[in-house]
Design a protein around this ligand. Structure first.
Ligand code: FAD
Length: 384
């Protein structure tokens, strides 16, 4: 008798889990993946939509293609999760019963909840990336400030990456000297939660390219040509690039899977990634990042999905030597001039043995830009 696996979300977490389950145990499982979008979007490349290297259609693949691998794809909104009844309800009225549930619904950027969003842009959504491209098109000089409205948000180093890319574009236009570029943040130091090594590595790069860091800034709203902070200060910015607030997905926040401590993101056991009460429900990716105390990154979603799929395959096959939970991540940054890679091992942080992840920054070489370009190609062909 085949078991039903329902995967919620077709981002990196859901996509990787669906692929591995179909390949290794497709004969023992009915696999269904649900996403409100018909497409998987490779979000890191939104930065290249902003810089004109890519159009949105270049960085998407239809989730329907998973059906060739034996995965049923449903393009619908997940409206409710009932772990007591092992049931998921969809917006269109369908109900899905599961033996195993993988929740990979991510974290939702909400530009609609950013006060003054119309004066800003941020490449955290497709519309935001295109808006930034338009704003940069006519930019002739002045102050550009990049930073988040709140924490957590997807990809902690990305605001820094945006600042480096913008600096590069302005240099290419010959007007870098007419611009002041800075990163503002709630943190007192760049990449503060990642420890002192990261803070000093980022600072060094920022100094090298003349990018300021303005720490301890909590934005309340964006006004004309300025950021208004919660302390009532005004920081002038001709072009504010403000990462919108992020929220846990509604069907998780409103379900028994939510953790109160993380404001509605999903609760999981840190070793197994299963919900402590509902053992047939797993979480992967951004939806569990706050519970694990790590940043939101696709690389974590990918490794967690491999680990969760391995546990399910082990149970249905009798034994399966799959992937252990690799608690480390690499994030490659395109800084325009060069590329850099941040490598962090989070095992000490997740298990509560260390205050910070163990990180190194490798960088300052063109080669890392090539790695980033190659990875995008690999990603968009490997899983489809
Ligand atoms: C600009 C930018 C740059 C980044 N750069 C990097 C990088 O260099 N390296 C890195 O590792 N990470 C990077 N990231 C972060 C990375 O993209 C995310 O951490 C990753 O996508 C998380 O994967 P996920 O599967 O958990 O969730 P998501 O990718 O968010 O996928 C969740 C899916 O669930 C669907 N969904 C949500 N709610 C519902 C619902 N109610 N019903 C149906 N479907 C729903 C969504 O449509 C989505 O497809 C970047 C992100 C951004 C925005």
């Amino acid at each position: 008798m085949r078991k039903n696996v329902v995967i919620l979300g077709g981002g990196p977490g859901g996509l990787v889990a669906a692929n591995i389950l179909a390949k290794e145990a497709g004969d023992k499982l009915n696999i269904t993946l649900v996403d409100k979008s018909p497409y998987h979007t490779f979000l890191p490349s939104l930065l290249w939509v902003m810089t004109g290297h890519r159009d949105p259609s270049d960085i998407k693949r239809p989730l329907r293609l998973l059906e060739r691998k034996g995965v049923r794809f449903i393009n619908d909104v997940v409206s409710a999760i009932d772990p007591e009844k092992s049931l998921v309800r969809l917006g269109g009225g369908e109900e899905l019963r599961y033996d195993y549930l993988i929740v990979a619904l991510g974290s939702q950027p909400r530009p609609d909840k950013l006060p003054g969003a119309e004066k800003s842009c941020a490449p955290w959504t497709e519309e935001g990336a295109i808006k930034c491209r338009e704003k940069l098109r006519g930019f002739k000089g002045g102050t550009i400030l990049v930073g988040p409205y709140s924490w957590p948000y997807k990809c902690p180093p990305a605001p820094f990456e945006v600042a480096f890319m913008v600096s590069y574009i302005l240099e290419q236009r010959g007007i870098r000297g007419r611009a002041r570029i800075g990163v503002f943040h709630q943190w007192k130091q760049p990449m503060e939660p990642f420890g002192p090594v990261m803070a000093s590595s980022f600072k060094r790069f920022m100094d090298q390219y003349g990018i300021e860091f303005i720490g301890g800034v909590e934005v309340e709203r964006i006004d004309d040509k300025s950021l208004v902070t919660k302390d009532g200060d005004r920081i002038s910015a001709d072009l504010p690039i403000v990462v919108p607030p992020h929220e846990p997905p509604d069907p998780v926040a409103s379900s028994a899977l939510a953790s109160k401590e993380t404001g509605g993101y999903m609760l999981v056991d840190k070793q197994t990634l299963r919900h402590p009460e509902y053992g047939n429900v797993f979480g992967v990716g951004d939806v569990i990042a706050p519970t694990l105390g790590i940043g939101m990154a696709g690389v974590f979603a990918h490794f967690q999905a491999e680990f969760v799929a391995s546990q399910i395959i082990d149970e249905v096959k009798g034994a399966f030597m799959g992937e252990h939970y690799n608690m480390s991540g690499v994030c490659v940054l395109d800084m325009g001039y060069v590329g850099a890679a941040v490598y962090c091992d989070f095992s000490g942080k997740i298990t509560g043995k260390a205050e910070f992840p163990d990180c190194v920054m490798l960088g300052g070489m063109r080669m890392f830009r090539a790695v980033k370009l190659a990875f995008e190609k690999y990603w968009l062909s490997r899983w489809f």
